[in-house]
Design a protein around this ligand. Structure first.
Ligand code: 13P
Ligand code: SF4
Length: 314
């Protein structure tokens, strides 16, 4: 394993000097997770961003996550170590398409997955994540929902809630999870007969139906901690194995598919965030993520409305 000692020491020192925190997504490289003040799934990190007293937030995740943190914290400096770290899901929904669907279904609530641009979020009624999508849709006072951009998550939500889910756009996909096929599961089950299968809901239904547990990255960590089983196959981005190894050290985790077998195992955007770029971010205070005030306020309203509903129904 690479030796991160020196750069981690430097980053920790910089954080102290600048009253900065690092929020790291569960898919980050091992060293990035070690240097993060908080690691988590996209919902958890969005809430952490809202509650921090730090002056600077370095978002070790893809750009839409940093953008969300910037919208929630207009008075703080939010830095993206690499603003080119996009997301195939976020890229699949543009504002024009969303407006057209809203015109077609004027009474349907708009529920957007957090993997969207802040401009799309500003047009949403609710902003959900993989851990909250089913709960929110179930508790909305409408049987027809506009939901985007992940078609797989939309299918899962439809199955769990029985509501009519209109997909915006019809075919939004995560390039990692959408590549999973049932054959991957058959092979992994054969190789690891004692392991339980945990799957992320961005995966196709045929994977979710074969899984022992479906949940967000944080929910997978909790499931692995609480379940007495010792081995788990992990059907999500391969960086997740780092989070599981750090947080559940006494158990074994196997990726559904390795990077040798399929490039789809690693998200190319998540992989763009490195310790060197985080250090550069702190030293030069780059790249600051700016969101126009009116857009940020609308997106924040949708996020807060979602949090309120979650508190009410939990
Ligand atoms: P989580 O919210 O479950 O961490 O998922 C984020 C993501 O980008 C999945 O690909
Ligand atoms: Fe986007 Fe998929 Fe990468 Fe997550 S894993 S950031 S959904 S492309």
């Amino acid at each position: 394993m690479a030796d991160y000692t020196e750069i981690i020491k430097q980053i920790k020192e910089l954080k102290k000097q600048k009253n900065a925190i690092i929020l790291g997504h569960n898919y980050m490289d091992y060293g990035v997770q070690l240097v993060s003040d908080f690691t988590g799934d996209s919902y958890d990190l969005a809430v952490k961003a809202l509650r921090t007293n730090a002056d600077i937030i370095v978002f070790a995740g893809v750009y839409f996550m940093a953008e969300q943190a910037a919208a929630l914290n207009q008075d703080k400096k939010v830095l993206s170590p690499d603003p080119n770290a996009g997301c195939s899901l976020s890229d699949s929904l543009d504002v024009k398409t969303l407006k057209e669907f809203k015109e077609m279904y004027p009474t349907a609530p708009v529920v957007l997955y957090i993997n969207t641009s802040i401009y799309a979020k500003a047009l949403a009624d609710y902003i959900v994540t993989s851990s909250t999508a089913v709960k929110i849709v179930k508790n909305l006072d409408s049987d027809v929902i506009l939901f985007g951009p992940d078609a797989n998550l939309a299918n899962f939500v439809e199955k769990k809630t029985g509501k009519k889910i209109i997909k915006v756009p019809p075919n939004g996909r995560c390039l990692v999870h959408a590549s999973y096929v049932r054959q991957f599961v058959n092979l992994a089950r054969k190789k690891y007969p004692n392991a339980l299968l945990m799957a992320h809901p961005e995966s196709p239904l045929e994977i979710l139906e074969a899984a022992d547990f479906v949940g967000s990255t944080n929910q997978m960590i909790n499931f692995a901690k609480e379940n007495p089983n010792k081995e788990f196959i992990v059907a999500t981005e391969i960086g997740m194995i780092n989070a599981l190894k750090i947080q559940v050290p006494n158990k074994e985790f196997y990726p559904l598919i390795s990077t040798e077998a399929c490039a789809c195992a690693r998200c190319p955007y998540m992989a763009m965030i490195t310790l060197e770029k985080i250090k550069n971010s702190l030293v030069n205070e780059v790249t600051e993520v700016k969101v126009p005030k009116d857009v940020a306020e609308k997106a924040k309203e949708a996020f807060e409305r979602t949090m309120k509903l979650l508190e009410k129904v939990s």
